[in-house]
Design a binder for this molecule. Structure first.
Ligand code: SAM
Length: 231
């Protein structure tokens, strides 16, 4: 998601520095959150609808929302904090890191994350862009390193191509599929506690089926992890 630059963004993010993790520093979860609770990481948080609701529904979990676009974070956070039921105080367990996953992952310790959310990641439909898809094997390898044993990846997409690609890439990873639904809104069990993201609302309104895959990290290391990224 891209938004046009806005003059107030830099100042707004500075004024809300309590929400921010320094993208240049190693992640010290205790320092950042003042507690050692489980960490859920959302990659590509967009306008924050999902991460703010997740933080409020799970006060005993610490949430990191990663997003590469500062304007998107500022616009989203400002919108969320205007909602009556969302206060700064109710989001003490939420922090943002404004950066690219590819740049920041080295700052995340191995086995330190309990769950990763990938909500409506950019599908990169052209074959030559397949290497940018956040569910490709190169990325699954990063997630395998940073996730704790038994850690999970929760993936939602509107895009049939990305859905199929993801299922194909899992074969080359150290993850097993524990849930796979091609029509989430017709699966009452999987819809329990579903939090709609901004993109999800648009796609549901358009009548597009939402797909969801949940992956769990297998014990031990992957046997084969040197295959080339497919398309
Ligand atoms: C299609 S939007 C979806 C936003 C949100 N998850 C939702 O469902 O409403 C994808 C978001 O991921 C962010 N993004 C894409 N690649 C990223 C990366 N490598 N690191 C961090 N953020 C990324 C984009 O800037 C964009 O805001």
């Amino acid at each position: 998601m891209r938004l046009r630059n806005k003059k107030w963004v830099k100042q707004y993010l500075q004024d809300n520095e309590n929400f921010m993790i320094n993208p240049e520093e190693e992640l010290n979860a205790y320092k950042v959150f003042d507690s050692n609770r489980d960490i859920f990481l959302e990659i590509g948080a967009g306008k924050s609808k999902f991460c703010t609701e997740l933080a409020q529904q799970n006060p005993d979990v610490n949430i990191i929302a990663m997003e590469k676009e500062p304007t998107v974070v500022a616009v989203g956070l400002r919108q969320c904090l205007k909602k009556q039921n969302i206060t700064v105080d109710s989001l003490r367990n939420l922090k943002y890191v404004i950066t690219y996953l590819e740049k920041y992952e080295k700052n995340i310790a191995s086995d330190s994350i309990a769950r990763i959310y990938l909500n409506f990641s950019d599908p990169w439909p052209k074959a030559r862009h397949a290497k940018y898809r956040l569910t490709g094997r190169k990325y699954l390898k990063i997630y395998n390193r940073i996730l704790a044993d038994g850690g999970e990846i929760h993936i939602k997409t509107d895009n049939d191509g990305l859905y199929k690609f993801t299922l194909d890439e899992v074969i080359f990873s150290n993850f097993k599929i524990i849930a796979n639904e091609s029509d989430l809104y017709n699966n009452a069990e999987m819809m329990k506690n579903n939090i709609q993201t901004s993109y999800e609302t648009k796609f549901v309104d358009m009548g597009i089926k939402i797909k969801k895959i949940v992956l769990r990290k297998k014990d031990g290391q992957p046997k084969r992890d040197n295959e080339k990224q497919g398309s």
